[in-house]
Write a new protein. Structure first.
Length: 94
């Protein structure tokens, strides 16, 4: 059996459905919203989650917002903390 590697593009807007819905009407500055979107996309990619309509995507988005609005401003750091706090082990690399 052959392993197939799938990459998810990091386009703004794509892959951010859950977090965009939660941030709608937010009074956060645009640069912080962009940071949260980036952290969300990074976390979803790290966990190999593709379906943004899956309930876990909303859980991830809420946790990204929680951590990202608590003073953590680096998308990579936010993503790392989300994964740690959710108690999820990242899938092995293919």
């Amino acid at each position: 059996m052959q392993d197939i590697k799938v990459s998810v593009p990091m386009e703004v807007g794509r892959g951010s459905i859950s977090i965009d819905r939660l941030l709608q009407g937010s009074k956060l500055p645009p640069e912080q919203i962009e940071c949260l979107r980036s952290a969300y996309a990074r976390t979803m990619r790290s966990l190999r989650l593709v379906d943004r309509d899956d309930p876990i995507a909303e859980i991830v988005a809420k946790k990204v917002i929680e951590i990202g609005t608590s003073g953590v401003g680096d998308p990579a750091d936010i993503s790392k903390r989300v994964i740690e706090q959710l108690g999820v082990r990242k899938p092995p690399s293919v």
